[in-house]
Design a protein around this ligand. Structure first.
Ligand code: NAD
Length: 322
C-alpha cells in the first residue's frame, strides 16, 4: 500500500526543534494583505495542522496585535496539544513604533502570551532589529530575553531583520548560545538569494535559520503585491512578467517560487503568509510535489531568466509592513 506523503520536518540549529519545512506566516491574519475573516483564518489554521504544518509565526506588530489574537483563538478553538506545535512571536516592534528596551520587551512577552492564550512561546524574536540600536540589542535586549527564557516564557531566542549585516553584527557580539535562531525575509527566493552568503557562518555557530516571504511579500503571486510593497517599479514589473509567463504556460509562479525556497535544506523552515485553507493546500501540495517529483527545471530556468536583470535587488528596510 502507498504511504501517505508527509510534510518534511527539519532541525532548527541546536534547538532540538523540528519544524515543518513550510511554516504558517500569520501576518495575513492581522489583515496585512487584505481582510481575512475569523472563519477563513480558522479554516486555514485547521487545514495547516491537518496537513502536517507545526510551525506558526506571528508578532504584536501584525495588524496592531490582531494577528496574535486571531492565531491564539484558532489554536485554542482547535484544541491543538501544545507540544505538537511550535509558536514564535516577536518583541520590540509595535504599531506605534519600536522599543527594544528591557522594560518594554519584558512587558511585551506577557502581553503576547495573553493574546496567544499560551503559557510560553517556542521562539521569541527581536523584531526588525535594524530599526533599533544594535548595541542596545546586544547589551540590553538579548540579556532581557535570556531572563524571559530562564522564566520559561520563551524556549528559544531569535532576531529578525531585512539587511543581512545586522545578523553578523549581533551574533559576533553576544555570548555564544544566547541567540538560537535568525529569521531573514525576502533574501532566499528566486529573485534574491543573498542569504546564501551567510549560511556557512550561521552553521558554524549552530544558529538556526528561518527564511520568510518566499513569494517576496506577494511579488511572486498571480494577484501581485499589496499597495504598500516597497519594491522598485522595475522589480515589480519583472515579477509580474514572470507571473504572466508562468500563467501562459499553464504554471503557477507561486508554486515555483515556494519550491525554489524549500530546496535549500540548511534553511529549516520557509514561512509563507497564508489566508485560506485553499492556499495552505496549494503550498503544502507544492512542498510534497517537490519531495516526490522535484522542481520543474524548465519553468524555473525561464523564470530565472526573466528575473535576472533584477536579481538580488532589494529595497530600504524602512518601508515594509511585515
Ligand atoms: P509571502 O511572501 O509569504 O507572501 C504572502 C502573500 O502571498 C499573501 O498575500 C498570501 O495570501 C499570498 N499567498 C500565499 N500562498 C499563495 C499561493 N499559493 N498562491 C498565491 N498567493 C499566495 O510574505 P509574508 O506573508 O510577508 O511572509 C511570510 C511570513 O513570514 C509572515 O506572515 C511573517 O510571519 C513572516 N515574516 C517575518 C518578517 C520579520 O520578522 N521581519 C518579515 C516578513 C515576513
Amino acid at each position: 500500500m502507498d504511504k501517505k506523503p508527509v510534510l518534511e520536518r527539519r532541525n532548527l540549529g541546536n534547538t532540538g526543534l523540528k519544524l515543518s519545512c513550510i511554516g504558517f506566516g500569520a501576518s495575513p491574519l492581522g489583515n496585512v494583505f487584505g481582510v481575512v475573516s475569523p472563519e477563513d483564518a480558522l479554516a486555514a489554521v485547521r487545514r495547516a495542522i491537518a496537513l502536517g504544518v507545526n510551525f506558526f509565526d506571528t508578532s504584536p506588530y501584525y495588524g496592531a496585535t490582531l494577528s496574535e489574537k486571531v492565531l491564539g483563538n484558532c489554536l485554542h478553538d482547535l484544541g491543538v496539544p501544545r507540544d505538537e506545535i511550535i509558536v514564535s512571536t516577536k518583541c520590540g516592534r509595535y504599531a506605534d513604533g519600536f522599543d527594544f528596551s528591557a522594560e518594554r520587551v519584558t512587558r511585551s512577552i506577557d502581553e503576547s502570551l495573553g493574546r496567544l492564550r499560551l503559557d510560553y512561546v517556542d521562539i521569541l524574536h527581536c523584531h526588525d532589529i535594524e530599526f533599533g540600536s544594535l548595541d542596545q540589542i546586544v547589551n540590553e535586549t538579548i540579556p532581557a530575553l535570556q531572563k524571559i527564557k530562564a522564566e520559561g516564557k520563551a524556549r528559544f531566542i531569535g532576531i529578525t531583520g531585512l539587511p543581512l549585516e545586522v545578523f553578523t553584527y549581533v551574533l559576533d557580539r553576544v555570548p555564544m548560545g544566547s541567540v538560537d535562531v535568525i529569521l531573514s525575509y525576502c533574501h532566499y527566493g528566486i529573485n534574491d538569494s543573498t542569504l546564501l552568503d551567510l549560511i556557512p557562518y550561521l552553521k558554524s555557530i549552530g544558529v538556526g535559520m528561518i527564511s520568510a516571504s518566499p513569494l517576496a511579500m506577494g511579488l511572486l503571486t498571480e494577484n501581485g503585491p499589496p499597495d504598500w510593497h516597497p519594491a522598485s517599479p522595475e522589480l515589480k514589473s519583472a515579477c509580474s512578467a514572470a507571473a504572466i509567463h508562468c500563467k501562459e504556460k499553464g504554471k503557477n509562479v507561486s508554486k515555483i517560487a515556494l519550491q525554489y525556497s524549500l530546496m535549500n535544506k540548511d534553511i529549516s523552515a520557509v514561512l509563507v503568509g497564508m489566508t485560506s485553507a485553499g492556499q495552505v493546500e496549494d503550498n503544502v501540495g507544492s512542498a510534497l510535489e517537490l519531495s516526490n517529483v522535484g522542481i520543474d527545471e524548465e519553468i524555473l530556468q525561464e523564470v530565472e531568466a526573466i528575473l535576472e536583470p533584477v536579481k538580488n535587488q532589494t529595497w530600504p528596510s524602512g518601508i515594509q509592513r511585515n
